[in-house]
Design a binder for this molecule. Structure first.
Ligand SMILES: C[S@@+](CC[C@H](N)C(=O)[O-])C[C@H]1O[C@@H](n2cnc3c(N)ncnc32)[C@H](O)[C@@H]1O
Length: 247
């Protein structure tokens, strides 16, 4: 989550909602993708939650519909049964996950703000997938440490989706590498931070965005050379990085 760090410049992600959060330079092309492939295949419960979220004051935090479709596809392709989500907000990506998991699947979902989650919970319940969701309120590094304290959780997860405070991704990566099994998948959201990663230091964006862009650049450099994972950078949404744990 980015807030304006006291700078007079707006954050780059302001006014971004579920139908225009993309690095694609052609809005027409993005609209075409959404209208042709993404939105017609979006489950009704997700559509309802997306609309509620779009109208929320922090609506720009939600993953866009094409990214949620990618997440559902990844879960199904990998046959993931046990996953972790770091950064839930109203639960749009969480609902995508819960719908994609098999009936006996589980997602441990972590967020500091249970009030946001409560907004989305009725949609998760109505979709009949609440039994797959284990929501844990609190700071992600603390909740992940609690999971790590139980050795049974080591290597027990098939996939993790990280979409919380961007400056902590490096820390989460170290924790998640112990929780996700070899061959499992770690997905990081916002890894191009609206394109700011290539802006010069004097670019007219907020101090907060400069700070996040620097952290995301460090993360990308570190993931690209991390011998424990195979990495793939996508330009979906504002950057999604997929890592496959190899050792
Ligand atoms: C970008 S939103 C998540 C969006 C969600 N994945 C979706 O698709 O709708 C980021 C969330 O991370 C949570 N968050 C921020 N810092 C956190 C931290 N240190 N630990 C846990 N959650 C955190 C915020 O409360 C916010 O709900």
């Amino acid at each position: 989550m980015a807030t304006d760090g006291g700078s007079s410049m707006p954050n780059v992600q302001s006014n971004i909602f579920s139908t225009n959060k993309t690095l694609l330079r052609s809005k027409t092309l993005y609209k075409y993708v959404l209208e042709t492939t993404v939105l017609p295949n979006e489950p009704e419960s997700m559509r309802e939650l997306r609309i509620l979220t779009d109208n929320h004051e922090m609506g720009d935090m939600a993953s866009p519909a094409d990214e949620a479709q990618l997440l559902r596809m990844l879960i199904k392709l990998t046959g993931a049964k046990t996953t972790i989500e770091v950064g839930v907000y109203t639960g749009y990506s969480l609902l995508a996950t819960a719908l994609a998991l098999p009936d006996d699947g589980k997602v441990v979902a972590i967020d500091t703000n249970p009030e946001y989650y409560e907004l989305g919970r009725p949609f998760i319940e109505k979709a009949g997938v609440a039994h797959k969701v284990d929501f844990r309120a609190g700071l992600a590094h603390e909740r992940l440490n609690e999971l790590l304290a139980d050795e049974a959780n080591h290597g027990a997860f098939d996939l993790a989706f990280v979409d919380a405070d961007k400056t902590s991704y490096g820390r989460y990566h170290e924790q998640l590498l112990r929780l996700v099994r070899v061959g499992g998948v770690l997905v990081y959201d916002n890894t191009l931070w609206f394109g700011t990663v290539v802006l010069p230091p004097d670019a007219p964006i907020s101090e907060e965005d400069h700070r996040i862009a620097a952290a995301v650049r460090d993360l990308n450099a570190s993931l690209a050379t991390d011998g424990r994972v195979e990495v793939c950078q996508l330009t979906v949404a504002d950057g999604v990085t997929i890592c496959r744990r190899i050792v």
